[in-house]
Design a binder for this molecule. Structure first.
Ligand code: MSP
Length: 660
């Protein structure tokens, strides 16, 4: 790889489902880092793409009555479209169904086989189609995979194996010598533990289905989807087709991935590469998960946040900013619409937006819209402006080094030091105050000139995170939008061509009215409360609409069902609701939290008989006021002769356990 080149990748995403905000997150972070490295002046290559083979995709297609090829062609467009909307600047997009990829997978397989690292045997064990991963019997928990809780199937078939066990020592040595190979450190420790515990040879082919790259020389087998998928990182840069290009581009600087797939990238992938005699990527960075109340956001588990309505509602750059700023790369973070709105209002609308708007308004009121560059002349009138220049240099330097270190959240926090300092600078020098004479006027012009310059520096600083807003801000300040793409090193305090003419003040980031937002029905808001928007606008009627039209019992998908959170509860207190014959007010322990629930069960149950009883509670039902009492959930009961019989268990179950 050449000296100043920089190669960054995202995972290639499975196309069995539409992208959600978790996928968007990885891609936005990789995009911001790629843009940042371009602004550092490095010849950057940014790759993303789609993982289109495997049993999961084949089954998803079958469920929809489609050929797998038709499904992937349809779904890949969702990803491409979303990346376009999110201003993702990828240089290439690889699909594993492309010939260039097949060629590379075959080449890698053959090279590893020639090394003596592949042999034919029988695989006996378990397979998780959700993770596309093999597990041993002892790893399975209640018929589910240990990693994500997906259902698993028992498998016995002929398979090619990769001698992973041979690479245990080499891998451990590599982690020792290159601790930056797996980041953050906590992930490195997990990986090291996993490898130290002993590596079994890895099954790398399947015979039970056809949707994959055929094993070279043995088309009864298709290559295991992870062997195939990991190869994308080299097939996209010429492995097996353009050796000169491959030598220039490989190894990658960063594989940015979620922590769910670290093992594949930090154990299997380097072992394949070692076997093939290829250099290893410099860093595998496993970031944390965006969580909702139910845990990791994932389609199979129910609740996901669809980015599309968020973009329509809040704009691309505010969503990008929120995701980059809110999560410390490496740790988990909780997603909520409220956190998103608070972040937009505080950092963008208040801090930066107001600063820009106030500065532009004053430039127009006091200077007729024209601003001189800050320099020796303005410094004579305002020597303190030198401090602001120092702050700008320091903030941008801090921002850059943190971005270099893959810390976008703290990088943006460092940049916002400059926003805060400029706000304080205005407060201290009060350019809005009445002036008395020319010296005062000149001093005011110097204050505004320094503020405009600080904003120009902020615009350069936000160019990787919010490219559209960086260009707009520069344009408002009177500079060319294209300046946003200039390398950081070209930036000089006061280095303007001449005076600039600012545009009229305009809200760069409109403030979101939080109360009005939450007063809207959840379905029309987008965001965390909205149902996923799987079907494009104008598509065929939904299942719900169809069943209403045809008057048949409506079917729901498993995902729809899983949106309900059912949990066991223990009744702590029960009393009659005054003036209501059928209602009881209960206090129910949900395992760490106590809820008040008003239930229409008084006709069958006397309050004192319920104390200590285990019930099933719909835990994520919207609270409702019943007879002036806020009921925070609902009990499940059979309706026998129109009277409720509470659901109960034969075993003793503690409170708070999920029922599904
Ligand atoms: N196809 C494999 C990857 C192969 S890479 C050679 C795959 N695809 S995926 O569609 O399931 O995408 C997984 C990636 O999406 C995660 O590694 C992570 O980067 C991102 N995320 C999915 N859910 C996420 C969250 N809830 N939070 C943050 N990122 C998440 O695995």
């Amino acid at each position: 790889m050449t000296q100043d080149a920089y190669y960054i990748t995202t995972p290639i995403y499975y196309v069995n489902d539409v992208p959600h905000i978790g996928h968007a997150y990885t891609t936005i972070v990789a995009d911001a880092i790629a843009r940042h490295q371009r602004l550092n002046g490095r010849a950057t290559h940014f790759l993303t793409g789609t993982d289109e083979y495997g049993q999961k995709i084949e089954r998803a297609a079958r469920r929809r009555g489609l050929e797998p090829g038709a499904l992937v062609d349809e779904m890949v467009e969702r990803f491409r479209h979303l990346w376009k909307r999110l201003a993702i600047s990828n240089d290439d997009f690889i699909r594993t169904t492309e010939p260039r990829h097949h060629q590379a997978v075959s080449r890698l397989f053959e090279t590893i086989r020639a090394r003596g690292d592949i042999y034919l045997d029988r695989y006996r064990g378990w397979y998780c189609t959700g993770c596309e991963a093999f597990f041993t019997g002892s790893q399975i928990v209640d018929g589910r995979c240990p990693e994500q809780g997906h259902p698993v199937e028992e498998l016995e078939e002929e398979s090619y194996f990769f001698r992973l066990s041979r690479y245990q020592d080499s891998l451990l040595r590599h982690y020792e010598q290159h601790p930056e190979f797996v980041r953050p450190e906590s992930r490195l420790n997990e990986v090291r533990e996993f490898v130290r515990a002993g590596l079994r040879d890895l099954s790398i082919s399947r015979t039970g289905f056809r949707w994959g790259v055929p094993v070279p020389g043995d088309p009864r087998h298709v290559v295991y989807v992870w062997f195939d998928a990991l190869t994308n990182y080299i097939s996209a840069v010429g492995y097996g087709s353009d050796p000169a290009r491959f030598d220039r581009a490989w190894p990658a600087d960063v594989h940015l991935i979620g922590k769910d797939i670290v093992r594949f990238h930090a154990v299997y992938w380097p072992a394949f590469l070692m076997s093939a005699g290829l250099p290893l990527p410099r860093t595998v960075f496993g970031h944390g998960w965006w969580l909702t109340a139910e845990g990791k956001m994932s389609k199979s588990k129910g609740k996901v946040v669809d980015p599309v309505p968020l973009l329509a509602r809040f704009g691309v750059d505010p969503v990008r900013y929120f995701l980059l700023r809110e999560m410390t790369l490496g740790q988990d973070a909780a997603y909520s619409d409220e956190a998103l709105i608070d972040r937009i209002n505080a950092d963008l609308a208040n801090d930066l937006g107001n600063l820009a708007q106030r500065t532009l308004a004053m430039v127009h009121s006091y200077l007729g819209g024209r601003v001189e560059p800050p320099g020796d002349r303005t410094l004579r009138h305002l020597p303190e402006a030198a401090d602001l220049a120092d702050t700008a240099r320091r903030a941008l330097q801090d921002y850059r080094s943190r971005m270099d270190a893959l810390e976008p959240s703290s990088a943006l926090a460092a940049l916002w030091e400059l926003v805060g300092a400029t706000n304080r600078f205005l407060v201290r020098h009060e350019p809005w105050k009445k002036t008395a004479g020319e010296a005062d006027e000149a001093r005011r012009a110097a204050v505004l000139s320094a503020a405009v310059e600080a904003l120009r520096w902020v615009a350069h600083g936000i160019a990787a995170a919010m490219p559209g807003s960086a260009a707009t801000l520069l344009d408002l300040l009177g500079f060319a939008e294209a300046e946003a793409a200039a390398p950081y090193d070209a930036l000089r305090w006061g280095g303007w061509d001449g005076p600039v003419r600012c545009r009229k003040a305009e809200a760069l980031f409109p403030r979101i009215d939080k109360d009005a937002y939450f007063a809207e029905p959840a379905g029309s808001r987008g965001g965390a409360g909205a149902p996923p928007t799987d079907s494009p606008a104008g598509a065929a009627p939904s299942a719900h609409e169809r069943s209403r039209m045809e008057n048949v019992p409506e079917q729901v998908t498993i995902q729809e069902f899983q949106r309900l959170q059912l949990r066991t509860g223990r009744v702590l207190e029960a009393s009659k609701v005054a003036g209501a014959d059928r209602l009881l007010e209960l206090r129910v322990d949900l395992g760490g939290e106590t809820r008040t629930i008003v239930a229409g069960i008084a006709e069958r149950y006397a309050p004192e008989t319920l104390i200590g009883r285990t019930v099933v509670v719909v835990a994520n039902l919207k609270p409702a006021r019943i007879r002036g009492i806020e009921s925070q959930g609902m009990l499940l009961a059979a309706s026998l002769d129109d009277k409720p019989v509470l659901c109960s268990f034969e075993e003793i179950i503690p409170p708070g356990v999920v029922v599904r």
